[in-house]
Design a protein around this ligand. Structure first.
Ligand code: NAD
Ligand code: MG
Length: 298
């Protein structure tokens, strides 16, 4: 059986977008309703003990990149707390089952990250249920395209910043208090931090803020033995993109402009998070690992 180590042509590893990719759901979308279904790695990800006994909190763990990371972390030996929105329960149930099938503990804590109290409760619950926290993977995010600044409401601008930036601040603040040396924080930026699309004014701005936040915090907590890094994905086939992240008609060409000529899949993002979570990356902090199909970045 093939796994993430099986050598093959990366340009052909997954299909290019087709007209079938043109679809739309209300936000937040459900992975269950996507066609084709994103590859979450459930059929291919092979663990090798890289996170044995670790205790991880993953936001946005129900679907897309967070889901693939939850599966990978569990198969690498970590217990996981899964954060997601209550309306995503159907996706989250599948992830809980996959984590348990890997022989690890899965603790589901649904809630709204725009709420500071929930962010604090999420970390408190992780400490209580897992006996501590040594990996915080901040993967949740909000992306809604708006072509004209005149139509970008204060409500949306605020919600995008609350979800993508404030929650990051609240979760890191709460988690660092409990983290022992060797712990890691992994945040999620985007190619949008470097190549902001005109229709993603609020979103792209938050993604460059996440890079800067992470580089500052990494220096601050280094003396505590905590590392902070970032994964910056390119176009990845997830519910985010089919629930207002992109105009529906753009989806048939999703990822076509990357050098690899196709969208990425969540299963291809998970190994980057595993590397940054594990002790293998002991001398890496304040770094952004781009997983974007080959697009040049600064
Ligand atoms: P996704 O829709 O599967 O995941 C996003 C998750 O964010 C949702 O599942 C939801 O659980 C969570 N979320 C959103 N608002 C929330 C709120 N208020 N409270 C709690 N949870 C909330 O999509 P994805 O593409 O896997 O997104 C994961 C991350 O990857 C995001 O940070 C996104 O910005 C980033 N990213 C995605 C792409 C891409 O092309 N898909 C590219 C670059 C970066
Ligand atoms: Mg989701």
């Amino acid at each position: 059986m093939s796994d993430q180590y099986t050598i093959q042509d990366p340009a052909k590893q997954y299909e290019k977008a087709t007209p079938e990719f043109e679809q739309q759901q209300p936000s937040p979308g459900l992975e269950k309703k996507m066609h084709p279904r994103p590859d979450d790695g459930a059929g291919t990800y092979r663990g090798s003990g890289r996170l044995t006994g670790r205790k991880a909190v993953i936001t946005g763990a129900d679907s897309g990149i967070g889901r693939a990371v939850a599966i990978a972390f569990a198969r690498e030996g970590a217990d996981v707390v899964l954060a997601y929105l209550p309306e995503e329960e159907a996706d989250a149930k599948e992830v809980v089952q996959l984590v348990e099938e890997a022989g690890r503990k899965a603790v589901a804590v649904p809630g709204d990250l725009k709420d500071e109290k929930y962010c604090e409760q999420l970390i408190a619950k992780a400490v209580e249920e897992l006996g501590g926290i040594d990996i915080l993977a901040n993967i949740a995010g909000k992306q809604q395209f708006v072509p004209d600044i005149a139509d970008l409401t204060t409500e949306q601008f605020d919600a995008t910043f609350k979800t993508n930036v404030y929650a990051l601040f609240w979760l890191c603040k709460a988690a660092v208090k409990h983290m022992k040396p060797g712990s890691t924080i992994i945040n999620t930026a985007s190619i949008q931090a470097y190549e902001p699309a005109p229709i993603l004014l609020d979103y792209a701005t938050t993604k460059s803020a996440i890079n800067t936040f992470s580089k500052s915090l990494a220096q601050q907590v280094a003396a505590k033995g905590i590392r902070v890094n970032v994964v910056a994905p390119g176009p990845v086939w997830t519910p985010l993109q089919v629930s207002g992240g992109q105009p529906q008609e753009a989806l048939k060409d999703f990822g076509a402009k990357t050098p690899l000529g196709r969208p990425g899949q969540p299963a291809e993002m998970a190994p980057a998070y595993v590397f940054l979570a594990s002790q293998e990356s002991s001398y890496v902090s304040g770094e952004t690992l781009n997983a974007n199909g080959g697009m040049p970045t600064p």
